[in-house]
Design a protein around this ligand. Structure first.
Ligand SMILES: Nc1ncnc2c1ncn2[C@@H]1O[C@H](COP(=O)(O)OP(=O)(O)OP(=O)(O)O)[C@@H](O)[C@H]1O
Ligand SMILES: [Mg+2]
Length: 297
């Protein structure tokens, strides 16, 4: 699959504060890539560097295999900070002005308005729009020049549940139309709902990257008990066992990857042991990330 973005050792220091620390990432065409992290973890700083508005301290990145240039950035649409729209002008007029500034074809306006479902409201003044509509107009503006990649920083921040759902649907729709999307979020739930791949940042450090569908997975932990003297040794003798711990009244076995509770059960059975208690408890990445996100920074 084609690499859209490749980041190598990207670092940003603000004085003594390291906001982004030697970040390495790859984003492939067609991915909806989530940058997940608590407040202050370096998401916006990273997106700022990718968009050329923040200078990296060190490291590099390439878009479509090329060093970033002004020309290349035209293939990237972004909604970073709150975009500037004129409150007394209509959505339509605002997009016309943006098209002029971006030197792109105003004939795209009906398409993008349609995509973000603002066609009906296009002639209303911007200041009369709900927050969700404002955000949708910002996305429309970012799509005006039909970029290959769309970058969104916390696209659902501050929206009500309805507005959040609309934006998430819109992101999925844009992705289904073939665009690569990179979005920052501090919500695991959001990343799980809209992203295909993601990276987790904590204090500027990359601590995980992978497909979203792995999040619910993780090594299995199995609680076991059986009426056997040397159960501890027996459990340690299983090839799928990573660790064994004595918990209150039973043993907790952490299994190696690709081993499951039923494999352990069969092993015990083959040893002539019938488990009196065998419960699989998954420690998903989900729990791990939720802890990081709750931890702050
Ligand atoms: N211009 C700046 N000058 C000094 N420090 C900065 C600047 N911009 C960001 N930082 C610091 O860099 C760190 C990362 O900030 P950043 O805004 O990238 O985090 P974030 O993950 O986007 O957070 P949030 O979820 O709150 O948007 C923070 O500690 C922040 O205070
Ligand atoms: Mg931010």
């Amino acid at each position: 699959m084609e690499t859209v973005l490749s980041i190598k050792g990207l670092t940003k220091n603000f004085g003594r504060l390291c906001a982004v620390n030697k970040l390495n990432l790859e984003v492939k065409r067609g991915q909806v890539f989530g940058m997940l992290g608590p407040n202050g973890s370096g998401k916006t700083t990273t997106l700022g560097m990718l968009m050329g508005v923040t200078n990296p301290t060190s490291g590099e990145f390439s878009w479509f295999g090329e060093t970033p240039t002004h020309h290349l950035r035209k293939k990237i649409g972004a909604v970073l900070e709150h975009p500037i729209f004129y409150p007394y002008l209509s959505g339509q007029k605002n997009l016309e002005l943006n098209a002029l500034v971006k030197q792109c074809d105003a004939r795209n306006i009906p398409n993008v308005l349609d995509l973000v479902e603002l066609t009906d409201r296009r002639n209303d003044k911007y200041k009369t729009y709900s927050l969700g509509m404002k955000q949708r107009l910002a996305i429309a503006s970012a799509l005006l020049n039909d970029p290959t990649v769309l970058i969104l920083d916390e696209p659902t921040n501050g929206l009500d549940p309805m507005g959040i759902a609309e934006i998430r649907e819109l992101i999925k729709k844009i992705a289904a139309n073939g665009k690569t999307i990179i979005l920052a979020s501090h919500l695991l739930d959001e990343v799980q709902k809209v992203c295909t791949h993601f990276a987790v940042l904590k204090r500027g450090n990359l601590i995980h990257t992978g497909p979203v569908n792995e999040v619910g997975q993780g090594e299995e932990r199995v609680e076991v008990n059986a009426e056997v003297e040397n159960l501890n040794e027996v459990l340690r003798g299983f090839s799928g066992t990573a660790t064994v711990q004595r918990e209150n009244g039973f043993y907790e076995v952490t299994l190696r990857e690709n081993f499951h509770g039923k494999d352990l059960n069969r092993f015990l059975f083959d040893q002539g042991i019938t488990a009196s208690h065998l419960v699989t408890r998954k420690k998903s990445l989900e729990k791990h990330f939720l802890e990081i996100l709750a931890d702050g920074k």
